[in-house]
Design a protein around this ligand. Structure first.
Ligand code: ADP
Length: 249
């Protein structure tokens, strides 16, 4: 198991101002999976992602990532663990506009003190695979949003993370570019990269192999794609979402 979340609870605030963001979350991911997380606003998706990303800590429960009990990490080791184990792709790309695309991609390796020749060996095959090899010497403002997201994906993958975490990765893109990015995620997953993605879009979620629905801080329902076509799976995701918002109201 690559990721294992056991009885995770997250409570924000104190006393009368308490919010239970995660009630009792149980959830695991095997190596090579591509999982989408869906749920209505306020259901706890960001909280869960932030805890997996080691940006936040649970109030109770255990998070194991790649054999490491994250709660046992010393503060000084958390950043290194995050850098070595996790890759991040965000909605708004989060590329640095003062750096060339190449330097953006190499940043995680610079932080972990890799030698320049090692870095150069890593970047070209990855850039070719992502279709950005001709953009490396340009700056983010000289390329499109979809291309910037490809740079961000390259930056996330350059350190060979155990798990790629993506938060609404197509949220700022048009539908054509979104499907290109999702196809890329699928290709990356075909190469055995484990992916966990939060999304509002049933179109995007249908690219995953499994969709997890969370509601009121628990895992409410999950479905696997199996042998369905993309559009069949998308239909089933939409049906599940409709059910999710109906019940308990
Ligand atoms: P989602 O990402 O599904 O919209 P969140 O994880 O952001 O849901 O939020 C779950 C619940 O926790 C919501 O009720 C939200 O208001 C609350 N919450 C999230 N972050 C904080 C915080 N830092 N302080 C207080 N409450 C929070």
């Amino acid at each position: 198991m690559l990721l294992d979340i056991r009885n995770v609870k997250k409570v924000y605030g104190k006393g009368a101002n308490q919010t239970v963001a995660l009630k009792d979350m149980n959830f695991s991911i095997e190596k090579g999976e591509f999982v989408a997380i869906m749920g209505e606003s306020g259901s706890g998706k960001s909280t869960l992602l932030n805890i997996i990303a080691t940006f936040d800590t649970p109030t109770e429960g255990m998070v194991m990532i790649d054999g490491q009990n994250v709660g046992m990490l010393k503060n000084k080791d958390v950043a290194k663990f995050r850098r070595d184990t996790l890759g991040f792709v965000f909605q708004d790309f989060n590329v640095l506009h003062t750096m060339s695309n190449k330097d953006n991609i190499l940043m995680p390796l610079v932080l972990s003190n890799k030698r320049p020749d090692e870095m150069n060996n890593c970047i070209l095959p990855l850039a070719q695979k992502l279709g950005i090899d001709t953009l490396l010497d340009k700056y983010p403002h000289q390329i499109s949003g979809g291309q910037q997201q490809r740079i961000a994906i390259a930056r996330a993958l350059i350190s060979n993370p155990s798990i790629l975490l993506a938060d609404e990765p197509t949220g700022a893109l048009d539908s054509k570019t979104s499907s290109e990015i999702m196809n890329l995620f699928r290709e990356i997953n075909d190469d055995e990269q484990t992916i966990l993605m939060v999304t509002h879009s049933s179109i995007d979620a249908a690219y995953a192999k499994r969709v997890v629905f969370i509601k009121d801080g628990i895992l409410y329902h999950e479905i696997y794609r199996g042998n369905e076509t993309q559009s069949e799976f998308q239909k089933r995701i939409s049906d599940s979402l409709a059910l999710l918002s109906e019940r308990g109201e």
